[in-house]
Write a protein that binds this ligand. Structure first.
Ligand SMILES: [Zn+2]
Length: 201
């Protein structure tokens, strides 16, 4: 009996190590895109742990070429069937205007014309400073940006149509996830936004 359990343990470990070779998906068949912010506890907020998901973090938790690359691979080849995007309040991507970032970077490095985005892929080059600004992707409304990320992935030809895609906002101030545009704080202190009680209606 002891040895049967041992065999199972060894088998499980072998499957864990050889997951990709054996076409075994991650435990939740999940790809997570989240901001890199140090205050955002992605795994804890989603209730996931080691082995559960492919997790991609960048500045803002925004859809970029490398997010498309990673999501394309995991949804087409690694058995992933769901994508969750986690943006958050007080994101650094809302802390400055694009023009401010452009000016500051130009002062440091000079002209932003012909900036290569990927040293190993010279074809990926921005030819004008305005495009550089769009590449940086500063934003000013976290609810809107969370919805936009879903649309960007949903409409992308490299992401299969059967994949479920949702976005959530992690509130740094309440340490909770919520859906875009469903801010609980707006409904608790203001009679204008309170839902009327049916018995008093
Ligand atoms: Zn952030």
């Amino acid at each position: 009996m002891v040895f049967e359990n041992l065999d199972e343990k060894i088998q499980n470990h072998t499957d864990w190590v050889l997951r990709r070779q054996r076409n075994i998906p991650n435990n939740r068949r999940l790809f997570v895109l989240a901001c890199m912010d140090e205050r955002l506890p992605v795994e804890e907020a989603l209730g996931i742990s080691l082995g559960d998901a492919h997790v991609f973090r960048n500045a803002g938790g925004l859809v970029t070429d490398d997010v498309i690359r990673s999501a394309m691979l995991t949804t087409n080849f690694f058995g992933t069937e769901e994508i969750i995007i986690v943006n958050h309040t007080e994101c650094g991507m809302m802390s400055a205007k694009t023009e401010t970032i452009l000016r500051a970077i130009e002062q440091k490095v000079g002209s932003l014309a012909q900036v290569s985005l990927d040293p190993a892929l010279p074809e990926l080059t921005l030819t004008d400073p305005l495009a550089f600004g769009r590449w940086v992707k500063m934003f000013d409304d976290v609810d809107r940006i969370a919805e936009t990320q879903v649309k960007l992935l949903r409409s992308h030809p490299l992401i299969p149509a059967h994949v479920t895609i949702h976005s959530y906002i992690y509130e740094i101030e309440t340490e909770r996830l919520r859906k875009p545009h469903e801010r609980l704080a707006e409904h608790v202190n203001d009679a204008r936004t309170m839902t009327e009680h049916p018995l008093l209606g």
